[in-house]
Design a protein around this ligand. Sequence first.
Ligand code: HEC
Ligand code: HEC
Length: 252
Amino acid sequence: MGTVSSSSAPKTGSSAATRKVAAVCFWAWQWIAAGVAAAAGAPSARAPDTIAARVAACDACHDAAGRASAEGYIPRIAGKPAAYLYNQLRHFRDGRRQSPAMTSLVAHQTDAYLREIAAHYAALALPHRPLPASRATPAVLARGRTLALDGDRARGIPACAACHDASLGGVAPDMPGLTGLPRDYINGQLGAWKNGTRRAAAPDCMAEIARALGPEDVAAVSAWLATQPAGPLAAPGPRPAPPLRCGTLAAP
Ligand code: HEC
Ligand code: HEC
């Protein structure tokens, strides 16, 4: 899986975990390719076009419940806001996010098809695995918690909670939660925003925030967020104006 193994990917996490995830993804990919080839050779045996059939290829990496991997790199997709998931599927297709596995799966899909898949995962409950114990020191975790909940005003870093909800669980319909995600994934996304390989619609508030974070801030906030179990989305409703403008969000 190229995102974690390509030379342009942010160098984060332990390389052993990265190799393990890469090997699992490679295996899954071979398996999917074999399944696709078999189906193509035997059209009479092809499954009907149900949502279950559409997402069968996703289960190898994301599992049928859409959970995050216990460690390593696979993000949770269950229970994320539908509009957010839809945007991400389009972003993989349209080159705004780089992940060879994801891109090839969505490359030829229409917006309508991707919207249905997004709605499917958004509606799944949050049956998440227990989180692995953090290896970060208490001081690093405390710094991460401060950044997430209060930010660092002197350096122009807003609190993550100012947009991702006070619970950090995200807000329907388009603000993702930051809880129930593996540390390496969070680390990797902040790195991708810093180096421009993940791009949301302009103004890309997350790119500005990622660039304001130093390497130690990224390590601390990723480590602390990864100790926070997945929580439900907050309902949409009046809330304080975000500290930066984000082009990806529906206008209030
Ligand atoms: C070979 C493994 C693999 C398969 C199969 C796979 N994914 Fe992914 N998926 C990933 C990885 C790895 C990422 C993180 C990519 C990155 O670095 O941004 C990801 C990211 C995502 C995201 C973005 C999540 C977020 O919070 O931003 C969505 C949505 C997603 N996948 C949906 C799907 C769907 C739907 C399918 C089936 C059509 C699928 N994936 C199949 C590995 C896979
Ligand atoms: C001004 C509002 C705002 C603030 C403050 C903010 N974010 Fe975000 N964040 C967003 C938006 C909007 C998205 C969705 C971007 C997209 O559509 O790709 C996002 C997405 C993310 C994602 C991707 C989630 C996933 O599943 O892939 C991560 C990781 C993230 N933010 C981390 C942080 C961290 C860490 C902080 C605090 C240091 C923070 N954010 C502060 C608006 C914000």
